[in-house]
Design a protein around this ligand. Sequence first.
Ligand code: SF4
Ligand code: SF4
Length: 165
Amino acid sequence: MDLEQFKKTVSRKKKGLTQFLKKLDDIVPEEMEALVAAADATVWQDTDCTKCANCCKTMTPTYTKADVKRISTHMRMTPKAFTERWLYKDEKGDWMNKTLPCQFLVDNMCSIYEVRPADCAEFPHHNKQPFDAYNDTFTQNLNYCPATFTLVERLKKIVEREYEW
Ligand code: SF4
Ligand code: SF4
């Protein structure tokens, strides 16, 4: 995955994709769920997260209490020692990574994969329902996640071809 090339592609195409997601706030094709599922399946045929890890390099997950308990236990630390070592509370009171890339990213792989935060396990959230309720998330994430970028680009093509927009 050439992330420098990806950044250039994003800056070239972001405006059109953002406008598409914004329009989805108002007009949602009836078969949206099926369209997203079909497009998403093609995205993962062409995406290898182990060659990317850009989410772990550029974004922090939000850690729930359960995440902190599970991961700190896995690391044989107390939750307090764990949060003091790695996390800070943001303005909303959520636990976030102090540093980027994520401290658990080793050789482009998650070193705590089995116990990683739920937010990481669910990322990039393509199967959230209804899809259009997460347009703001996808608008933000298409800057960082090649899979989300490709999904939105393919959806845009399909919707503009199949529907009168
Ligand atoms: S915990 Fe693992 S999956 Fe989550 S950001 Fe860190 S390295 Fe990536
Ligand atoms: S989820 Fe997206 S940003 Fe993260 S590794 Fe996979 S393609 Fe890259």
